[in-house]
Design a protein around this ligand. Structure first.
Ligand code: MLT
Length: 262
């Protein structure tokens, strides 16, 4: 597993395939293995880079709040280490928050955007309080409470009932997350800024994808982004919830592949 030594932290990542690079950022509380199906399907024809964000997977954790801005800076420093000037940046959910923070700081380094099951708005006050409670519980009790609360919101009821291997895969990913990393990211998501105004400044090709049954970042959020991002393409994936890239990997990969080809 490659490791990048950045200023204050070591980040694990995978770098597969060749051609124009696409950096795919996982959501919360996952890790770079979220993108296994995309790497398998697309790295034969594209270069796909998948970091573990700070505090996740095999990357180191940092103390304090892991802001979306900080995570975006980590991605930029990883690109520096790989001598990549610009890339397509894609993110699912929290990964999308990081991608929007990246675009805000480094627009010249973005050649295209993929915003999957995500949203631009900041947390409400109520949501911020919920994050603080979740962070405390993760630190006190471990990841099971978060995993059990999130699981039914991540997948469609049909997947929960009929695809035990998908349920196990998603739950195992969450359970393998370090509580300290999850708590730092929860505080970072609570502190994130509203990026709604940024959307109308986006001037690179943008693909927006969302599961029809996404219970965390509903279709309406993606429709709003689509209306604000000029020339963007919106794809609503049927029979998928929040982790649409896993639940309907074939459809997701077909759309992502043709976007990267274009
Ligand atoms: C994610 O999937 O990254 C999270 O559900 C995002 C969030 O909690 O806002």
């Amino acid at each position: 597993m490659p490791i990048a030594n950045l200023d204050d932290i070591q980040l694990a990542y995978d770098d597969r395939g060749s051609g124009s690079p696409a950096v795919l950022i996982h959501g919360f509380p996952f890790n770079r293995s979220l993108w296994n199906e995309q790497i398998e399907a697309l790295s034969g024809s594209h270069r796909i880079i998948t970091p573990d964000l700070r505090g996740f997977g095999e990357s180191e954790s940092s103390s304090g709040t892991a802001t979306m801005r900080r995570m975006a800076e980590d991605v930029a420093r990883l690109m520096d280490a790989l001598e990549i000037e610009n890339a397509t940046l894609g993110g699912l959910s929290m990964g999308g928050y990081v991608v929007l923070a990246f675009y805000k700081q480094f627009p010249a380094r973005v050649s295209g955007l993929v915003l999957a099951d995500t949203r631009p708005q900041a947390d409400t006050e109520e949501a911020k309080q919920g994050r603080a409670q979740q962070a405390e519980r993760a630190l006190a009790e471990g990841m099971a409470t978060i995993a059990d609360a999130m699981l039914p919101k991540l997948l469609t009821p049909e997947t929960v009932a009929k695809r035990p291997s998908v349920v196990k895969r998603v739950r195992d990913m969450m359970m393998s997350t370090k509580p300290a990393g999850a708590a730092a990211a929860l505080m970072g998501m609570a502190a994130r800024e509203d990026q709604t105004e940024l959307l109308s400044t986006i001037n690179v090709p943008t693909l927006i994808m969302v599961g029809r049954n996404d219970a965390i970042t509903p279709v309406q959020d993606s429709q709003n982004m689509h209306e604000r991002i000029s020339g963007s393409r919106l794809v609503i994936i049927e029979n998928a919830g929040h982790v649409s890239n896993i639940e309907q990997a074939e459809r997701f990969n077909a759309e992502l592949g043709s976007f990267l080809d274009g």
